[in-house]
Ligand binder design. Structure first.
Ligand code: PLP
Length: 460
């Protein structure tokens, strides 16, 4: 769709006059200088000038089924003709269907769910649930974790965003070290370290607890913090630490749940089932609905202590119907299997690129949540922020959207790829070819002399 009426000049005018905040120095400032999106379908988004981009960010990670998945759109269309919004003090059919559909998908003892709207909502509710179920207060989160942007709890636990930016910090929230083996926070190495980062963190946490501890919260893969995959056994050690202290384990599966890592849930790679799991992002196939899941026993205990969580749009039939359709698509189209195959294809091509570009320091992630850490030298692992920005810009110019993330202050050197699970092999190969050219430009070589257009097909 070509929309001359909404060009850059008009966007600038609207931004200057009506939007907040727009200064380039502000968080998310300067957006009006970027492409203005007009439509989307599958893995492609189109701007107002008619230019197409491969969306390897899956929107804001909510389009992991591809933009406008036909099944989800059909469910939404049907809802617009029957029932869009409903009171949450009465049940409705899609809401009941979604509880059942999700409940059957959960790994026991997870069984019960409640619905909310956003990911941040689920973190507020998960923390409250853990506190009510344990009678504790203190919550520990990984220091590169990100759990949301509501002004109090979820931002307080989002250590990957600077906490100084927030108006106030919730009591009983503190950080433990992220087990980022590529840039080890305690200058050790795995497995020799025997989870030294966790041991040191827990010693400090035990000294710092202000009350009874309630929970540890973590993303199975720390996405915004730089696509960090904790080493094998780490979450089992966290689980033991929780049990020793009467704490619950909360997994925030906003970005790792529902197929994206190649398993239905990210925790299935870890041999640990959490006590509480939060789902959001693509749960509604692109429309906002989220869920908190827990065991029958924890739910009972928390509710007996007065726990409840809801929102005005939490049980809307249209959103719940989209949730049902999205689960059906994930299961029946085996999107987890597809995510695993995309991982193989991409990692194999990225490993080949790493032979040609010293800039590539580390390749990591699972399924369709992948990261490439760029460094100026592999020995010192110095963050290649400048080169990463060149790659991001060149990719955007050539029609590939990805995002830059970092693994700590002053670092913006991780290219994050989150293609929809429905992305075709041809689209993956096109994205890799664009990336290859962009890496060439970043290191001062001519684009197109590498393996452009010749991405090897990995063994399945
Ligand atoms: C892991 C994780 N949890 C929670 C959230 C918050 O979700 P929302 O923006 O829907 O509130 C995000 C947002 O990016 C996230 O990445």
């Amino acid at each position: 769709m070509h929309d001359d009426a909404m060009d850059q000049a008009r966007a600038q005018e609207i931004a200057n006059r009506w939007m907040m905040p727009t200064e380039e120095s502000s968080y998310m400032g300067g957006l009006e200088k970027r492409p203005i999106l007009a439509s989307a379908s599958g893995s492609t988004v189109v701007d107002t000038q008619g230019k197409e981009y491969l969306d390897f960010q899956s929107g804001q990670m909510g389009a992991a089924l591809g933009h406008r998945h036909p099944r989800v759109m059909a469910a939404v269309r049907k809802a617009t003709e029957t029932f869009v919004h409903a009171s949450n003090i009465m049940l409705n059919v899609p809401r009941l269907e979604l509880h059942e559909r999700l409940g059957k998908l959960l790994v026991p003892p997870l069984q019960k769910s409640l619905f909310l709207v956003t990911g941040s909502d689920t973190i507020e509710a998960s923390v409250d649930l853990a506190r009510k179920a344990t009678g504790g207060l203190d919550i520990l989160g990984l220091h590169d974790g990100l759990h949301g942007s509501t002004s109090y709890i979820s931002r307080s636990l989002s250590f990957a965003w600077k906490r100084q930016q927030h108006a106030s910090i919730a009591p009983g929230t503190s950080a433990i070290l992220t087990p980022h083996c590529y840039q080890c926070p305690v200058a050790s190495s795995f497995p020799k370290c025997e989870f030294l980062c966790l041991k040191a963190s827990l010693e400090l946490a035990d000294a710092n607890f202000t009350s009874r501890p309630a929970a540890v919260i973590a993303e199975p893969i720390l996405s915004a913090g730089g696509v960090i995959v904790p080493p094998p056994g780490y979450f089992q050690a966290v689980r033991r630490a929780c049990e020793e202290r009467g704490m619950l384990l909360i997994f925030d599966e906003a970005q790792t749940g529902l197929g994206k890592t190649g398993q239905m849930f990210g925790f299935q790679h870890e041999g640990v089932v959490p006590d509480i799991m939060a789902l959001s992002k693509h749960f509604g196939g692109g429309v906002p609905i989220s869920a908190v899941c827990t065991t029958a026993e924890i739910a009972k205990r928390a509710v007996a202590s007065g726990f409840f969580a809801t929102r005005s749009h939490a049980a809307d039939p249209m959103l719940c119907a989209a949730g049902v359709a999205s689960i059906d698509a994930i299961v029946e189209e085996d999107l987890a299997g597809r995510a695993a195959r995309i991982e193989l294809r991409m990692k194999s091509a990225l490993a080949e690129m790493a032979k040609r570009y010293e800039l590539i320091g580390d390749i990591r992630g699972r399924g369709v949540l992948l990261g490439l850490e760029l460094v100026t030298d592999r020995e010192q692992k110095t963050p290649a922020n400048k080169e990463a920005a060149v790659v991001e810009n060149r990719c955007l110019e050539a029609g590939l959207i990805l995002q830059l993330r970092g693994t700590g202050p002053g670092r913006k050197n991780v290219l994050r790829f989150v293609p929809p699970m429905t992305t075709t092999d041809a689209e993956i190969d096109r994205a890799l070819s664009i990336l290859d050219d962009a890496l060439a430009v970043a290191v001062g070589r001519s684009p197109g002399v590498g393996m452009r257009g010749a991405v090897p097909t990995p063994a399945r």
